[in-house]
Design a protein around this ligand. Structure first.
Ligand SMILES: [Fe+2]
Length: 238
């Protein structure tokens, strides 16, 4: 594994605050998983199949999976999660991962393709409901393809017991999607996906990434499935 960049925004000037500590802990790895494993994922779940499901309005963001890390991998998705664990380096209390595919059309809207948000255990719970919101220990994304536009935007704002701090993001780090690039960031971090700023000047592409969140306990969301169900729910066995 080759760690390509660390401490992207850290500086002596802003290293004192809790929030900038969060941004300075962002890590990027390329390759994220061994090439053979990455190719196996692309073979099992071809690009054309993502396109087909996307056209059918498949609810990618409401189809998430739980893989308990004390179980041996039983499919390619679980093998990838296992491979990523040493890179994500989650806390010892983490018991499993929630994973899903993030699938977005690059030219669908100007500016935010996926508006900034905090990941939480049940996206039906509002971000402002601080008492009920739980966030993952670590959040991470394995990019499947390079696309024009579609940078992941990580901010220095984190969710604390008192709410979001700082009250407005002050600093940002942009990650350009590329094949088998893996990015790890704090699970409490405010983030989103930004697209074109104006008219589309580059071709429209499907931006595909595997999101992997590291949790101390399974999220409460009703749309969370057992990870062994991935093949069936994505209709990969037909
Ligand atoms: Fe997210």
């Amino acid at each position: 594994m080759n760690e390509i960049q660390t401490n992207p925004q850290a500086s002596a000037r802003d290293s004192q605050t809790e929030t900038n500590t969060a941004l300075s802990s962002v890590r990027l790895f390329k390759p994220g998983v061994p090439d053979r494993q990455f190719n196996e994922l692309r073979r099992v779940f071809p690009h054309s199949h993502f396109e087909r499901l996307f056209k059918e309005d498949f609810r990618f963001y409401r189809t998430t999976f739980w893989y308990p890390l004390d179980r041996e991998p039983e499919n390619i998705f679980e093998s990838i999660a296992s491979s990523l664990k040493p890179l994500a380096n989650p806390s010892p209390n983490v018991t499993g991962v929630e994973w899903w595919f993030s699938v977005l059309l690059t030219n669908e809207t100007p500016q935010w393709i996926l508006p900034c948000h905090f990941d939480r255990d049940d996206m039906a719970v509002a971000e402002k409901d601080v008492e009920r919101v739980h966030h993952p220990d670590r959040a991470s994304v394995l990019f499947l393809n390079a696309v024009p536009y579609g940078e992941l935007v990580l901010t220095d704002q984190v969710l604390t017991e008192k709410g979001a701090r700082p009250k407005q993001p002050r600093n940002m780090h942009f990650v350009r999607p590329s094949r088998n690039l893996y990015v790890v960031f704090p699970g409490s971090m405010y983030h989103g996906v930004i697209g074109r700023m104006w008219r589309p000047m580059r071709p429209t592409k499907l931006r595909i990434a595997m999101a992997v969140n590291w949790w101390t306990a399974p999220p409460a969301a009703a749309y969370l499935h057992d990870s062994r169900e991935g093949t069936r729910l994505f209709h990969l066995d037909e």
